[in-house]
Design a protein. Structure first.
Length: 87
């Protein structure tokens, strides 16, 4: 009985550690880069660039930040709709 509980505890620790590593790589690190970029923009630094590495919501946020920091210019209606559709 004690061996079973010990094996289950070790398996649970391995599963939780693996899940934490996956969350770090997929969610927390990209989100941290986006937050760093937002803080730089709020401080007035528009020179930094951020790469959208994925197509998920965090990647969409990163590409939106890149688009938002670009210099303003006139855009026709079709181009604006096209950019919005990609978000």
């Amino acid at each position: 009985m004690q061996w079973t509980i010990g094996i289950i505890a070790i398996a649970l620790i391995i599963v939780i550690s693996t899940m934490w590593g996956v969350l770090q790589r997929i969610l927390f690190q990209p989100l941290s880069r986006v937050i760093h970029h937002i803080r730089a923009i709020s401080g007035g630094d528009l020179t930094q660039s951020i790469e959208a590495e994925s197509k998920n919501e965090i990647g969409q946020l990163a590409s939106s930040l890149t688009w938002a920091r670009s210099p303003p210019r006139q855009m026709n209606r079709a181009e604006a709709l096209s950019r919005l559709a990609r978000l």
